[in-house]
Design a protein around this ligand. Sequence first.
Ligand code: MN3
Length: 218
Amino acid sequence: MKMKHNIAKSATAPDMSGGSPAFTLPPLPYAKDALEPYISVRTMDFHYSKHHQTYVDNLNKLVAGTPWATGCPLEKVILESAGKADKTAVFNNAAQVWNHTFFWKSMMQGGGGLPAGRLLEMIEKSFGSFDEFKNAFLAAAAAQFGSGWVWLVQDGGAVKIVSTSNADTPMTQGQTALMTCDVWEHAYYLDYQIRRKDFVKAFLNYLVSWKFASSQLK
Ligand code: MN3
């Protein structure tokens, strides 16, 4: 007797191999060696091409067949999945896609130095001085237990430093992110091993794009 080969069709997950994925990895705003020697090409190869890409790929698998797969802005996916116990994986991957894209924009070749005009005034008003802001940012990065992010955010008329764990992102608290530093170990381990503080010092002194941070002010 001949066996019939029936190929079961999935009820929920359409085959996406023929179509274009809902979300794609945004291009890096600079070459992979642009942030050397503070962030190596090797780190960028892993961090951007592997970690960031994997969050994009996972998100596409998770949203396949849902309304989130058809032209939905990433921010909407993040806000709609935040705090929902059955949507944790969607939130984690969507937020990590957004956080990393924002992190790359938060840096530039020849960054660091002082912010300009209004942002500098807001930092001085909120922290007392720019140096006090830097110390507070470094302290927040050192104090973050495990994986997470340190952010400068605008909250109403003030700016503040916020730490988030894992994939958490300030937009779920109604705060406007101005810039961020990734303090997951994969962000710095190849270049700095356990010296997270040295990585964050390099970020503040040589990499942070105050131009980008200012452009995010409301
Ligand atoms: Mn990362």
